[in-house]
Design a protein around this ligand. Structure first.
Ligand code: DAH
Length: 347
């Protein structure tokens, strides 16, 4: 019986050493220690032993059982540790693998320039306001002193919504002058950027939809000198101190006197031609018209309940796309609206 027990111990310990998974260990437990296991089978034979032998074999059987149980526990711990290690390895995420890059967009170049312009005017004390794109003819024309029959009211120039030509897509941001003066009292300083619409064919400097930035200053003793000072300051801030601009006399029904301001063409530098060809950006002019401006007409002030004997003011309407073209050296206005990412990504 002693040999039997020793054999069981040796065999069990060897088998447990070789086992690699939990199921194999459980099978071995049943095989050696289970109710129908080999050790139990040997113990059942104890009854046949002599009284002297019985306690000795009983003790031996207990140590064999204890040895196998200990080994089993060790092997189990080992198998579990290995399984855990394998699982951790399988579930590990490698945080050093480079991720999929996120393509970040940015502001449209025209809006970048608009933001720049707004910042400059806000710094000079202007309040930035927004207004309707669908406008009444009374605001867009009549109260701006633009009489019935004026060519800009023509259906070939303006998008109307109704038969009576009372509701339209605003053709300029100037109606914001009226809206602002209706709701504010002088001294006032307003900037109103926005979209405007005209029945224009698109070319290098025209588009049926474009953006203007309306400005209005009304207070006591405002002069044309204030107007020129404000506009030259802003142009120098946008284009640099050597910016070449010129003022030309012009006519607008809502200002008197009126002028336009041009900037020297950034493509031909005022030459009007490039490599012997007429400059396509300024159509050979050498200058690009950026804005209309003037001293607010007394009739317009009166239309808004402001006394022209006491107050005077200046107003201007800047073409945003053209200003952005010069600022960013863009040669064709249509690029601004095409939204080709190869173009947009350059800014
Ligand atoms: N609204 C004019 C246009 O679209 C531009 C303009 C001219 C605006 C003179 C003004 C101004 O405020 O005073 O052509």
């Amino acid at each position: 019986m002693k040999e039997q027990l020793e054999r069981i111990r040796q065999e069990a310990l060897e088998m447990l050493d070789a086992a690699t998974d939990a199921q194999a260990l459980e099978n071995l437990r049943v095989k050696y220690l289970g109710k129908k296991g080999e050790l139990t089978a040997v113990l059942k034979l104890m009854g046949k032993l002599s009284a002297e032998e019985r306690p000795i074999m009983g003790q031996l059987a207990n140590t064999v059982r204890a040895d196998i149980e200990q080994k089993l526990a060790e092997a189990k711990a080992q198998v579990e540790a290995k399984a855990l290690e394998a699982r951790l390895l399988a579930e590990t995420e490698d945080v050093t693998i480079p991720g999929v890059p996120v393509v970040m967009g940015h502001q449209h170049p025209m809006n970048m320039v608009l933001q720049e312009i707004k910042d400059i005017f806000v710094g000079m004390g202007y309040q930035v306001v927004d207004g309707p794109e669908v406008e009444l003819a009374s605001y867009n024309f009549t109260r701006l002193n633009i009489e019935e029959g004026h060519p800009s009211r023509d259906r070939s120039d303006t998008f109307y919504f109704d038969d009576k030509d009372e509701v339209l897509l605003r053709t300029q941001t100037s109606p914001m002058q009226i809206r602002y003066m209706e709701t504010h009292t002088p001294p006032l300083c307003m900037l109103a950027p926005g979209r405007v619409f005209r029945k224009d064919e698109a070319d290098a400097t025209h588009s049926p939809m474009f953006h203007q930035i309306e400005g209005l200053v009304v207070a006591e003793d405002i002069t044309m000198g204030d107007l020129k000072g404000a506009l030259i300051t802003i142009m120098q801030k946008i284009y640099g101190h050597d910016a070449q601009v010129r003022f030309r006399p012009h006519h607008f029904p809502f200002t008197e006197p009126s002028c336009e301001m041009d900037m020297q063409c950034h493509k031909c530098h005022g030459e009007g031609e490039v490599d012997g060809q007429i400059c396509s950006t300024c159509h050979g002019e050498g200058w690009i018209e950026l804005l209309g401006a003037g001293m607010v007409h007394p009739e317009v002030l009166r239309n808004c309940g402001i006394d022209p004997e006491k107050y005077s003011g200046f107003a201007f309407g800047i073409g945003l796309e053209r200003t952005a073209m010069g600022r960013l050296k863009i040669n064709d206005l249509r690029l601004i609206f095409d939204n080709d990412v190869r173009f947009l990504n350059q800014f």
